[in-house]
Design a protein around this ligand. Structure first.
Ligand SMILES: NC(=O)C1=CN([C@@H]2O[C@H](COP(=O)(O)OP(=O)(O)OC[C@H]3O[C@@H](n4cnc5c(N)ncnc54)[C@H](OP(=O)(O)O)[C@@H]3O)[C@@H](O)[C@H]2O)C=CC1
Ligand SMILES: CCCCCCCCCCCCCCCC(=O)[C@@H](N)CO
Length: 326
């Protein structure tokens, strides 16, 4: 083969062939999930990312319900959304850890088209310094709370007589794609959501229900402001590898991804790299994203190893400075 032929083969024929194969291969098939005039139920909808999601969904003409513990914060959120969009939002006060309370709220709210599970708790702290009760709390809210909601809402979602596709979307975190210093408990809860989501998608595809996972970086919210009060130095250094975003930007990415039924929804550039690098055996509907995953895999593994190198160097430096100081 001449040089020109070889270049034509590698740069043109091979990619086109791969794209064509992937076009037919990707499962589940692409889908469009409208939210206008549909019931969007958002947990943790009274603060931060959840509140921004509620604002956006209402502004796009969805019928929005929000659920959280504090009735005061819920009322404040309702008023703010009414003021900004003119839309009435239904609010439900319940703790996601309490299945009976969750079931009552979901039944009162009526059949759900888009179940947006965004509630979450986080403290960044070494496992050493964390009480076991705090670890359990994190798992109970982030993981069991999510399962409670799905168990409560799924029967009616499956029985809906609306032929349009429905969605179950989980807000994870970039710390649900890669483990980060200070997030032993939190990452465990967020990685757990991934197994949940991959399995659930296989079980509900026949009901035209589509699962999405959102992976935000640090996002400016009341929750993060609270976390920052006692965030370990190394957590700050390592999380700074990804940018930080406004809650409204994350909400926009999330809703766009949900409407396309994307299984993995990344929010920033680093997030896209992270998602490509951790694609694993996840479903992928987009043949273009599948193409990127295949082509970038090797290179991204090197980038990931480089990332780990810088993180471990920071950890070493941090400890040697502390030893020097004492
Ligand atoms: N901010 C960030 O940097 C990032 C956040 N995330 C994830 O995004 C999601 C939202 O985070 P963020 O907006 O920062 O959080 P906030 O702390 O600002 O808001 C959390 C929301 O969840 C509700 N909530 C908390 N615990 C419970 C519970 N047990 N039962 C019912 N509702 C509950 C809160 O209301 P109330 O307290 O009244 O119950 C509130 O509405 C979380 O899942 C978080 O892990 C992911 C990546 C980055
Ligand atoms: C192969 C390419 C790699 C690309 C770069 C990867 C960068 C990873 C940084 C992870 C940041 C985690 C933020 C967690 C935010 C969060 O959930 C807390 N604020 C608690 O809410």
């Amino acid at each position: 083969m001449g040089d020109a032929n070889f270049a034509f083969f590698v740069l043109f024929l091979l990619p086109v062939f791969l794209l064509a194969v992937l076009y037919f291969l990707v499962r589940p098939r692409p889908v469009k999930i409208p939210i206008k005039n549909r019931h969007v139920f958002i947990t943790g909808g009274s603060s931060g990312i959840g509140l921004a999601l509620a604002h956006r969904a209402a502004a796009e003409g969805a019928r929005v319900s929000i659920l959280a513990r504090s009735p005061d914060k819920l009322e404040e959120a309702r008023n703010a959304i009414r003021l900004a969009t003119g839309m009435e939002v239904a609010a439900f006060a319940a703790d996601v850890r309490d299945f009976e309370a969750v079931k009552r709220a979901v039944d009162d709210a009526g059949p759900i088209d888009v179940l947006l599970l965004n509630h979450g708790v986080f403290v960044a702290l070494e496992l050493d310094k964390m009480e076991l009760s705090e670890v359990k709390f994190t798992m109970d809210v982030n993981l069991m709370g999510t399962l409670n909601l799905i168990k409560a809402a799924l029967p009616a979602m499956k029985n809906r007589n609306d032929p349009l596709p429905a969605s179950i979307a989980l807000v994870s975190s970039q710390a649900g794609q890669v483990g980060i210093y200070g997030y032993v408990a939190y990452s465990a809860s967020k990685f757990g959501l991934r197994g949940l989501a991959e399995s659930l998608q296989q079980e509900v595809i026949e009901d035209n229900i589509h699962v999405s996972m959102i992976f935000p970086p640090d996002t400016d919210t009341p929750g993060l402001a609270e976390e920052n009060k006692r965030r370990p130095e190394l957590t700050k250094i390592i999380t700074a590898s990804s940018g930080s975003m406004k809650a409204d930007e994350v909400a926009q990415k999330a809703l766009d991804g949900i409407k396309c039924g994307d299984f993995i929804v990344s929010c920033n550039f680093e997030g896209i790299a992270l998602s490509l690098a951790t694609a694993g055996l996840s479903p992928q509907r987009s043949f273009l994203m599948a193409f990127l995953e295949v082509v970038a895999a090797g290179i991204l593994r090197i980038v990931a190893l480089g990332m780990q190198w810088t993180w471990y160097r920071s950890i070493e430096k941090y400890h040697s400075q502390r030893k020097g100081a004492s």
